[in-house]
Write a protein that binds this ligand. Structure first.
Ligand code: ASP
Length: 327
């Protein structure tokens, strides 16, 4: 029997066409993807469904939740799910799904394209074909397929606007390279327990970058907005300027906010006790984001707050590796 794979379409460039005149915009092509991957039915039994048709910049936590619930229900009947998604926020959605769906029995593969599937020089067809084939493999994880790589979904960032290899997984090797041969690189995480969905995310979170010479007033402004969590994007291993920032972090923590310190570097592990600036942030009540990407560090904070965790409980949960995210 052939593996059964279900395609859920959410939009993105893959299904867009150029306005006349005007920018690329969602089109009816999105609902017609199976036509463009003719031949795949010799390998798998394919079904498809359009959930919505949006530029992924217009998606948010409510879409993540609806998507997680839909995937869980479709996985009762199929061997794998492929999600067609815009590239701009694919890393965010992949991270969100990796926390919302625990105990996955089968793969969930997100993919998209830099050029519409209806264009001759498109990368969409190959991305969809390879994603479907990966979704038929025993990889019970949320993944992103792009270029020629299958990545762990919560470890990717979109790092190129122009390349057909638009995504990188800075601190985690790809799971598979789909070259002329299929090369398995990083083992998949083991399947565990029963499938559970908890798709609660708190949107009252912001990312606040640190710039040289700043004194933390941008963090005070975030606190004044009534947020419940902040990701401070600091220097290097997690350092903030010692004049102003530790005091601002303390004010945020005293106001009840959860303060995560992330790095402006793409690679490496945040270590708040490596230098005085990080140590001061730690002493002021912040905690580090480990080796997570910025997208994943932020989404994990949104999920932790969404499931009702606060203070020491949130901090311990945040430091626990839940889905291979690099905590
Ligand atoms: N703006 C598009 C989106 O994220 C970009 C893409 O799909 O490549 O929906």
């Amino acid at each position: 029997m052939k593996p059964r794979i279900h395609i859920l379409s959410t939009g993105g460039t893959l299904g867009m066409l150029r306005g006349d005149p005007g920018p690329l915009a969602p089109s009816e092509v999105a609902g017609d993807v199976l036509r463009y991957v003719a031949g795949l039915e010799s390998e798998v039994d394919l079904t498809a469904e359009a959930l919505w048709n949006l530029d992924s910049s217009d998606m948010g936590p409510e879409h993540w939740s609806r998507l997680a619930v839909t995937i869980a229900s479709r996985l009762r009947d199929v061997d794998g799910v492929v999600v067609l998604h815009g590239t701009d926020t694919m890393a965010w959605t992949a991270a969100a799904l990796s926390f919302a769906l625990s105990g996955l029995p089968n793969p969930v593969v997100l993919t998209g394209a830099q050029r519409p599937i209806a264009w001759v020089r498109t990368d969409a067809r190959q991305n969809v074909v390879h994603s479907v084939l990966c979704a038929a493999m025993p990889i019970p994880e949320v993944c992103v397929y792009f270029g020629r790589w299958l990545f762990r979904g919560n470890r990717v960032s979109k790092t190129s606007i122009e390349s057909y290899e638009a995504f990188e997984s800075p601190d985690c090797p790809p799971l598979i390279e789909m070259g002329v041969e299929v090369r398995h690189i990083e083992p998949a995480r083991p399947a565990g327990g029963a499938l559970r969905v908890d798709a609660r995310f708190d949107s009252a979170v912001a990312i606040v970058p640190v710039i040289p010479g700043s004194d933390g007033r941008s963090l005070d402004a975030a606190v004044a907005q009534g947020l419940r969590g902040v990701v401070v994007q600091a220097f290097g291993s997690g350092n903030v300027p010692q004049a102003g920032w530790p005091a601002a972090i303390r004010r945020a923590v005293d106001a009840g906010l959860q303060v995560v310190v992330h790095s402006q570097c793409l690679r490496g592990h945040v270590q708040l006790d490596a230098y005085q600036g990080g140590r001061a942030a730690l002493d002021a009540g912040a905690f580090g984001s480990g080796a997570m990407t910025l997208e994943c560090a932020t989404v994990k904070l949104m999920h932790g707050l969404g499931i009702g965790l606060r203070g020491a409980a949130l901090r311990a949960w945040y430091a626990t590796d839940l889905a291979g995210e690099g905590a």
